[in-house]
Design a protein around this ligand. Structure first.
Ligand SMILES: *Cc1c(COP(=O)(O)O)cnc(C)c1O
Length: 409
């Protein structure tokens, strides 16, 4: 599943999204001149060998060679190859049935009993639960660090620290941290930097170029893009990707070719969707900032938001996911706001074509700051919005309806 290095870095991202994963051997039959546009869906568990000599040759990495269905086939390889091509510096990509499975398998591959994991305090909640729940059973300790304080991160690293799990912007509170600084500290101390790069994707944040060693994405979000599939990916250079691949094989991780084809379809329009939702989110953030009901808008693209300067320095794009905090609300009036919305579905996940909302209360899942320091955290009750592809004036009208409903509680 190694990358097509011919294309890696030669063309701009929009072009690479079109070319990605369309190797001739996956889009045509041997001896045929032309081919089809998309790698077809190869449903198969079993590869038939020509003879015992062919069998004896072996297929050590199943990289572009059939071995057995659990190691994928051309449809999954095409997707993995496409993702490798999008992440400058990666030599390969491993696919997983969900983003959480990708994170879990990476941590299991890189940590051993007696080791310690440091994870960013604003990590995705299931990552935090995994670090504090599952890893402990294997005698791997885990501690949260304040992502906005590189000095305390450096001080937190012990001789047992082997991996740091980063995420920027952080889940729910969306603060951007200084990834180049944190990964330089980690590298200096021999610690592997793993990033959950789901928010920006490599289109907005080339994680390996910014100092990370391993880049993970929940493909369920932007790559799928249509709220109809679950998948995760891990991209890295050698030898790390080989370590992750080996553990993915130990643990029997495989994705279906049908889902891989859907993810490839989503990938083709990912930049268009991200560009649109980024500009829609920016417009809606500006509108929210002008509303008296809002104390702070937490969106990296917004001047004045926590980490905006770092976002401008390190990122080349955003997405439609951000949060805001109410000035004056209680749980009942926040619920009235959410329940009054017609266009925002109440649901987890994001990155689909439709707008979503969930209430946000980060306090209980943080060891350091509930909300980013230096902002007006108002009444301390927030919501997270995922902006879809609807017209922004319809969305702001919907939000205005929500604010009006708060006054009626
Ligand atoms: C959704 C999400 C995940 C998990 O992905 P699944 O595909 O739902 O398992 C991981 N990290 C972040 C930041 C997410 O938002």
């Amino acid at each position: 599943m190694s990358g097509d290095e011919k294309n890696n870095g030669v063309h701009k991202p929009a072009t690479r999204l079109v070319e990605a994963g369309r190797r001739k051997q996956w889009t045509s039959t041997p001896g045929q001149k032309g081919g089809v546009v998309n790698p077809p869906v190869w449903r198969s568990s079993t590869h038939l060998y020509e003879d015992t000599a062919d069998l004896a040759k072996g297929r050590p990495n199943a990289d572009g060679h059939f071995f057995y269905g659990r190691r994928g086939g051309p449809t999954q390889w095409a997707l993995a190859d496409a993702l490798t091509g999008l992440e400058p510096g990666a030599d390969g990509t491993e696919l997983f049935p969900s983003g959480v499975a990708a994170i879990a398998c990476t941590l299991m591959a890189l940590l051993a009993p007696g080791d310690e994991l440091l994870f960013t305090d604003n990590a995705y909640e299931p990552s935090r639960n995994m670090a504090l729940g599952m890893l402990e059973r294997f005698n791997i300790s885990a501690r949260a660090f304040d992502p906005l304080d590189p000095d305390s991160f450096a001080a937190a690293i012990s001789e047992n620290t082997k991996v740091v799990l980063l995420e920027s912007p952080g889940s729910l509170t969306m603060e951007v941290c200084d990834i180049p600084a944190l990964t330089a500290i980690a590298r200096d101390k021999g610690v592997i930097s793993v990033i959950d790069n789901t928010w920006a994707s490599p289109l907005g944040f080339p994680a390996l170029e910014r100092g990370c060693d391993v880049s993970i994405m929940s493909l369920t979000k932007h790559v799928g893009g249509h709220s109809d599939l679950m998948m995760g990916s891990v991209s890295a250079a050698k030898p790390l990707i080989m370590r992750v691949r080996k553990h993915a094989q130990y643990m029997g991780q495989v994705v279906s070719p049908d889902d891989a084809a859907l993810a490839l379809r989503g990938l083709r329009t990912m930049k268009l969707r991200l560009d649109q939702t980024t500009s829609s989110a920016f417009e809606i953030c500006k509108w929210l900032e002008s509303r008296p009901e809002v104390s702070a808008v937490l969106c990296p693209m917004l001047p004045g938001a926590p980490g905006h300067d770092l976002w401008q320095r390190d990122f080349s794009g955003g997405c439609g996911l951000f949060s805001f905090i109410f000035n004056d609300a209680n749980k009942q009036s926040r619920a009235a706001f959410i329940d009054a919305l017609h266009l925002f579905g109440i649901g987890f996940s994001w990155g689909g074509y439709e707008s979503l909302i969930i209430p946000v209360d980060p306090g209980p899942i943080r060891d350091h700051n509930a909300w980013p320091p230096g902002i007006d955290s108002g009444c301390g009750l927030g919501v997270r919005l995922a902006i879809g592809l609807e017209d922004t004036s319809d969305l702001t009208n919907d939000l205005a309806r929500g604010f009006a409903a708060m006054g009626e509680t």
